[in-house]
Design a protein around this ligand. Sequence first.
Ligand code: AHR
Length: 501
Amino acid sequence: IRAHLTIDPHFTVGPIDRRLFGSFVEHLGRCVYDGIYEPSHPSADADGFRTDVIDLVKELGVSTVRYPGGNFVSGYRWEDGVGPRPERPRRLDLAWHSTETNEVGLDEFAGWLRKIDGQLMYAVNLGTRGVQDALDVLEYANIRSGTALSDRRIANGAQEPHDIRMWCLGNEMDGPWQLGHGTAEDYAQLAAKTARAMRQVDADLQLVVCGSSSAHMPTFGEWERVVLEHTYDDVDFISCHAYYEPRDGDYPEFLASAVDMDRFIESVVATADHAKAVRGSDKVMYISFDEWNVWYQSRYHEVDRITDVATWPVAPRLLEDQYSVVDAVVFGSLLIALLRHADRVTAASLAQLVNVIAPIMTEPGGPAWRQTTFFPFSITSALARGESLELKLECPCYDTERYGEVPYVDAVATHDRETGKTSVFLVNRSLDEEVSLEIDVRMLGAAALRSVRTLHDDDIHAANTLSEPERVTPRSNDSASLEDGTLTITLPPVSWTAVEL
Ligand code: AHR
């Protein structure tokens, strides 16, 4: 397969917001307990957090972290997780058929975020709760002192306010599985009231209203229309969520998942812009793609097997997907799709961070390791700086059942005017053919090749595991050369590549 790409730094899509490299920690399975928090682990710090995990999270390069859910948040009482630990109640977690001990809550999580240099993105419960509880947690978290709840935070040991800037107004309220799910109209009214109330406390909060939990929801499109009709003036972002897995073993289609993400984003942008036109508003609505990943939902049904409510476990092993090379390649192309829309997608959260559909895995008392998906994230987060660029790609296509004709190559480039650095992220979707790619970089001026790293393995199902934690790692791609403004490179079948110029 031969392909050609032209890069011109004058054709910009938009600045890359660091919040695109967010992640997500939910009280789900072993994400918090036995994941980030394991007081008895040899690497645990004085607060009970695993320092080996902290090191990996920093290496991953995450910015904002969404917390505490997810489906969990729709039944969560935030006040259960603050104050003296022995007094914290154990609760039923209806979403994940687990027992929540509340050993970790808002104050501890905010403390953990300081250790990883991350920002907190907090989701309020609009499933079983509403305006008052959102106001209460906002007061507890953000008011400096001198009110009942801010003083309670101080008494609990958190002297400084957590100063949470981004707030999600509930989670996946379009989903029938969600506690408190209702119609778009019901949710929109509650979200609008909550947003206005929260802004009465602080007009500068960044608020995210729930969009659809997938572009394949029966209410997709209409949900966004109704929700934005009620909330357009009061929120800054509408959320998108998407998870991908192969359907019936169709890997060519799976490798084209980013096409679905592109269309999803563009449909939500169109719907938001329609709401803007109807209101005659000047305001631009942004997208927070605050759950995205590969997730083998059809493979694992552990939650359904936890039936006896009398014995719902603490931190069971749930959603512990093991990611392969092909998963990481799809994952890398999802990041490409997000960057391609950097003008409108200004926040995103990789769901999730540790153990639960995660780039980082841990064993209790044992090691922590990087899944295959760790690498596209860490490298893209490190290299994608400045602005996202519009590219001219000439490449043959293949046919898929769901998405029609799809180019074999997926690509995005970023350019940082200050440093002059350019990065190109590339995917070869072909299952069996190499791509011989020529990139015209003349418009970049005197560019030099700094590094080219490719994630590929002859076995597309190869993965990193407890027994073989470094089976798959990116390697230098020695096929690349730059001469007279043309960069030539060979992309192996089913591969993800990052070029640094
Ligand atoms: O990330 C796992 C789950 O996926 C989240 O709890 C929920 O919001 C989504 O359905």
